[in-house]
Write a protein that binds this ligand. Sequence first.
Ligand SMILES: Cc1cc2nc3c(=O)[nH]c(=O)nc-3n(C[C@H](O)[C@H](O)[C@H](O)COP(=O)(O)OP(=O)(O)OC[C@H]3O[C@@H](n4cnc5c(N)ncnc54)[C@H](O)[C@@H]3O)c2cc1C
Length: 420
Amino acid sequence: MDDTYQVIIAGAGFAGVAAAKKLGRQGVRVLLIDSNNYHQFQPLLYQVATSQIGVSAIARPLRSVFRRLKTVRVVTAQVEAVDVAAKSVTTSDGDTFRGESLVLALGAVPNFFNTPGAEEHAYPLYSVTDATKLGTGLTRLLDEADKNPEADVDVVVVGGGPTGVETAGAMAENVKYVVGKYFSKDLASRCRVHLVDMVPTVLAAFSEKSQKYATAHLTKVGVQLHMGVGVTDVRPDGVTLADGSRIPAQIVVWAGGLKAGAVVANSGLPLGRGGRVDVLPDLTAPNASGVYVLGDAANITDSKGTKLPQLGSVAQQAGKWAAGNILADLTGGTRRPFDYVDKGYMAMVGRGAAVAEIGRQRIQLQGPFAFVSWLLVHLALLSGTQQKVRALFSWLNGYLLHSPAQVVVSGPVDRKEPKP
Ligand SMILES: Cc1cc2nc3c(=O)[nH]c(=O)nc-3n(C[C@H](O)[C@H](O)[C@H](O)COP(=O)(O)OP(=O)(O)OC[C@H]3O[C@@H](n4cnc5c(N)ncnc54)[C@H](O)[C@@H]3O)c2cc1C
């Protein structure tokens, strides 16, 4: 392949992959760089962390994704810096790659909001590595408590948005349906799952009906809710809340927010909310023609003036749209302002229980119908036939037979162990 590139895409998440596919199908020479050699499906990370599905269901090798698109070259490398004027990126290997257009689709990193101890002691949930570490930590904790009849297992999930709700719900259901089956009988009675958020309700972005449904289901499966009170510090043995109370915990999961990562922060581009780039309606960065910023790294406003949330569907559509605008750049056409098709929101609350607000009209579904819709939508969105089959098999196994897909830990990883 020619080693000059028309487009450099940094980040192979929803946005980067969508852009590369569309450009590759038109024969555009693309270099796609990611620190991982796989595309990860973030919406199912919590299922990896809670042993519901295996990593191979949610991670697909990038070279497999692009095997038929001969003009797309995949490079596995950490992007260290970008030069927006030169439209180039430099990797930790010391290589610099330059294109006629540059796409920054590097996603986000957890935002600990300067909460003391959070970065050191809490488990974030934003990557396959995070999910594996958390899953390993949870399984090891259960193994230890299984040997010691005096030991309690307390998990605190910080953040009552979809990620926190899905994680807490899945953990509580594991206690209810799985722990008693695979560990000593009394262990389940020694396990507790707490969900904490400074806002007064779970799923704040959803309708009141969905919030009530999720609250009722979480309570039913045993999640202890602490709403309307923030976490002021995270320690190795638990968290302190803003009202001065403490929750003991061996594991704290951070689902409390996101911000753009260091590469975007140091790019020199003007930053807005969450350290993200406030992009123009055509998805380019201000004063940086030919530089597109997409997905979780950007604050995107659609053509109707609506500020869009950090969602997979927004990132994916923005990726395709940006590719269209890059094709216009390459052929002397005109860029068009991003027109987002709003498909709504969904969150899994537990087995047979989900909430969905579908389309711009926000048609509301709760319960089994929303649960089945959630499974079907996520199955459709998963990249790769093998991945879809693995996920479907794990769901049938888990939801019908109450059997975890993964009971094997992957390594001695525990963020709370002292770092060498
Ligand atoms: C736990 C969780 C659950 C979610 N659930 C849902 C859901 O149910 N529905 C929904 O619509 N959205 C959901 N989201 C949000 C959705 O996943 C994100 O909005 C979407 O992934 C953003 O896409 P992106 O392409 O901007 O970034 P990402 O998908 O994060 O991709 C960024 C890519 O950049 C790479 N990268 C980052 N930094 C570097 C670097 N320095 N060098 C090289 N590569 C780098 C990463 O490896 C990654 O592959 C969820 C997010 C999380 C974390």
